[in-house]
Write a protein that binds this ligand. Structure first.
Ligand code: ATP
Ligand code: TZP
Ligand code: MG
Ligand code: MG
Length: 269
């Protein structure tokens, strides 16, 4: 298989290069996302005005678009930023938060995927299914109880959307249309911290900023993130979600390449 142990070393590259990650994200997760990127060793910036997003996106190592609390003004800015990033060869990572929950979210997610060349799309199974016109129950912004084949779904979505697709949940799946990877790391307490998915999408952005192979960047980011969550849960998990959240930010900073190689559980499908 492509050697994911080699990809795990991208974590060190992120810490050395300290890439600027431009986020246009939602109001729920803004602070957590900035702090998580800082803990990892990346440099976050949030910029939303259409007057500046093109310029900022071109300066960045990656652009992350997240429709969690979308409105028309922000969507317009996302399209401007996405097109500028495409022109400059800056990878664009997309989180289709809540696609499938309302028609506005579903249509906007599809519009962004049509008008911007996306390197990686990261969402739960319902969001990804709804982006390609497949029904999958969703509850607000959280995955519903759907039980379809998530590996096959990731493959179909990668083919149809022309991007690397990462479907997360208890198990994570990364597909680039040719190869599919399964990542078994993580912890259920992540479901009790709002923005755990959104921050992960931005972490994928940081890895994509230092590695042009978007599938390698996505796998490396997901396995690192899952291992960090396991370390945090071991230290503070029994105290509850609040202590876990703090311990998780700490773990994003101290989790090492060696930890990722030792505790990572990645297989190729
Ligand atoms: P949702 O809104 O459906 O929760 P999300 O956007 O918050 O989606 P998640 O799928 O929760 O994103 O993924 C965020 C992180 O949480 C990923 O690293 C994923 O592996 C991890 N994760 C989610 N659920 C579990 C679980 N039950 N056990 C272990 N890890 C999990
Ligand atoms: N509502 C709109 S965006 C948002 C909520 C609760 C945050 C979702 O974050 P995540 O990472 O999908 O849990
Ligand atoms: Mg979650
Ligand atoms: Mg989400």
């Amino acid at each position: 298989m492509a050697n994911w142990h080699e990809w795990a070393e991208l974590l060190e590259r992120v810490r050395e290069e300290n890439p600027l990650v431009h986020n246009i994200t939602n109001v729920v997760v803004t602070n957590f996302t900035a702090n998580g990127l800082l803990a990892l060793g990346a440099s976050p910036v949030m910029a939303y005005a259409k007057e500046e997003v093109g310029e900022m996106a071109k300066l960045a190592g990656a652009l992350v678009l997240n429709i969690g609390t979308l409105n028309d003004k922000e969507v317009e800015a996302m399209l401007v930023a996405g097109q500028a990033a495409n022109e400059a060869g800056v990878p664009v990572i997309f989180d289709p938060v809540g696609a499938g929950a309302t028609r506005y979210r579903t249509e906007t997610a599809r519009r962004i995927a049509e008008q911007v060349k996306l390197a990686v799309i990261r969402g739960n199974a319902a969001e990804i299914a709804n982006m390609i016109g497949e029904a999958w129950a969703i509850k607000g912004v959280d995955a519903g109880g759907g039980s379809g084949d998530r590996v096959a779904l990731a493959k179909r979505a990668a083919e149809q959307l022309g991007a690397v697709v990462a479907i997360t949940g208890k198990e994570d799946v990364v597909a680039d249309g040719q190869t599919t990877y399964l990542i078994q790391n993580g912890h259920p307490l992540l479901t009790k911290v709002t923005g755990a998915g959104c921050l992960l999408t931005s972490v994928v952005g940081a890895f994509a900023a230092v590695e042009r192979d978007a599938a390698a960047a996505a796998v490396a980011a997901l396995v690192y993130y899952g291992v960090a969550a396991e370390q945090a849960a071991a230290k503070a998990g029994e105290r509850g979600p609040g202590s876990f959240q703090t311990a998780f930010l700490d773990a994003l900073a101290y989790t090492s390449v060696d930890d990722v190689k030792r505790y990572g559980r990645v297989e190729q499908r």
